[in-house]
Design a protein around this ligand. Structure first.
Ligand SMILES: [Fe+2]
Length: 309
């Protein structure tokens, strides 16, 4: 009989959540959001994050995002229950937020998107880390990503990223030389990661109110959201596919370079291009540099590739 999780005063705080850490140590990637485990301090972190970013959303977020926030009725004063979110979200685009215990290796992540499941972190940053957290938390995943999943055109783009991961597996499955297979896969994952970064995480879109954010890294960061739109130091360029897939990025400071799409139909076409270039072999030698592809991400693709043989 499964044991009931022990309620800890530490709650579900990033880096200090025994329930999540134990699940991870048992190798359980997909978990439940046990709502009673959140501490008062956890809800307070959400409330503070939400309260201060809300006026910036009104000013800098794209209209689809703002509509999504209203439709999902994100609570301003407490961490949302994913079951409440999914009840509204699923009939709209088929997407649902799926609680995970931590890092999801790249192939599994993209594969989830293909099934319209969004791997969702359930822990939340502590009150002394409101400004910057190097890893995702529930504020980034739910307040930053999920409102965009109410928009059909955007949801379809995420699914196409999932298709691209399957294409990568398909076109490398019959490469006999293991070293060459890993080399090509590394390049393809790097290209996909860059393109995802410069669009889904940090993308800008032109709209009736000027340039707005649709990238979740921006929409979940009080400081960077304003900086991305207002700062003279940020280079904002109409997106160029071949540039984005060859452009290195760093995660530990505000992004100095951002790309602008003019619609989600435009972005959908660019993800099609990602797949076409992959099939043509044009992603096999992208520019070296960040992100470094870690062993778990590469292995997740190679494992899928082995199974496809
Ligand atoms: Fe993200």
């Amino acid at each position: 009989m499964p044991q009931a999780p022990v309620i800890s005063e530490r709650g579900l705080t990033t880096g200090n959540a025994p329930f999540v850490e134990e699940a991870r140590s048992r190798g359980e990637l997909y978990i439940e959001q046990i709502y009673d485990l959140y501490s008062g301090a956890n809800h307070e972190s959400w409330q503070r994050l939400y309260e201060r970013i809300r006026p910036r959303w009104d000013r800098y977020a794209n209209d689809h995002f703002l509509k999504g926030v209203e439709t999902l009725r994100l609570p301003p004063d407490r961490i949302p229950r994913l079951t409440d979110i999914n009840r509204v979200l699923r009939p709209m685009t088929g997407f649902q937020a799926k609680p995970v215990s931590g890092y999801v290796p790249a192939f599994l992540f993209f594969d989830c998107l293909r099934r319209r499941e969004f791997p969702t972190t359930i822990t939340i940053r502590s009150a002394d880390q409101l400004d910057y957290l190097p890893e995702p938390d529930i504020f980034h995943d739910v307040a930053g990503h999920v409102p965009m999943h109410t928009e059909k055109a955007f949801a379809d783009i995420l699914v196409r990223f999932g298709d691209c991961a399957h294409t990568a597996v398909e076109i490398t499955a019959d490469i006999r030389d293991a070293h060459e297979r890993a080399r090509r896969m590394t390049n393809i994952i790097r290209a996909m990661s860059r393109f995802f970064w410069f669009t889904i995480e940090f993308g800008l879109i032109r709209g009736p109110r000027g340039t707005c954010a649709y990238g979740s890294g921006l929409l979940s960061s009080y400081g960077e959201l304003q900086h991305a739109i207002e700062s003279d130091e940020v280079g904002r360029y109409p997106i160029r596919f071949e540039w984005a897939i060859n452009q290195a990025f760093e995660i530990d400071h505000y992004q100095p370079l951002l790309f602008v799409v003019h619609s989600f139909e435009h972005l959908f076409d660019l993800v099609d291009q990602l797949e076409r270039w992959m099939r043509a072999g044009k992603l096999n030698n992208v520019a070296p540099g960040a992100p470094e592809i870690n062993e778990r991400d590469l292995q997740s693709f190679l494992d899928a590739s082995t199974m496809a043989c």
